[in-house]
Ligand binder design. Sequence first.
Ligand code: HEM
Length: 157
Amino acid sequence: MIQRIATITLLMLGVLISSVTSYARDASTGVSDAALYDRLGGLMPLSVVVNDFIDAMVSDAVMNENPVIDAARKRVPAAYLKYHVTAFVCMATGGPCGYTGRGMPESHTHLNINARDWDRMLEIFVEVLASYDVPERETRELVELLGTTKDAIVTAD
Ligand code: HEM
């Protein structure tokens, strides 16, 4: 009986280990196929990156040359933005968070964001990722992910 339980336990462990391994790495390429959220290390590092990103955005002189953005950052608490942007990125990267904020057009159309503001935002974002040594692949995927929101956010010439 004890031997049978031990065999079943070993079998279950084997299945668990092999499924975790195949989840984490593609056998042929050795490249991790885990969700971006997991490759980034989950919510703790993600929230730290968003924290620095929002701090850098709201204090950026180039960004605040747009008077509507400048007025909005004085009106909207950074903590509120950090909460919503963390949940948004967590969800969009495959994490377990639910996003309860407004849609991207509703949140940004009134800000008259143009291509220059967008490029500056991306520059800041990549600088923050680099400051935490986020690898090239994850940086590229995050930039691509932000790119999917561009048409909804950039509405001014
Ligand atoms: C140049 C680019 C961007 C600027 C200047 C900007 C600025 C802002 C500002 C000022 C607000 C507050 C608006 C208000 O309540 O009146 C806001 C809200 C928000 N932004 Fe952005 N943003 C930019 C890009 C992005 C991107 C790429 C994302 C997604 C990753 C994003 C996610 C959000 C979210 C989730 C909110 C909160 C929505 C809500 O209030 O329910 N933003 N943004």
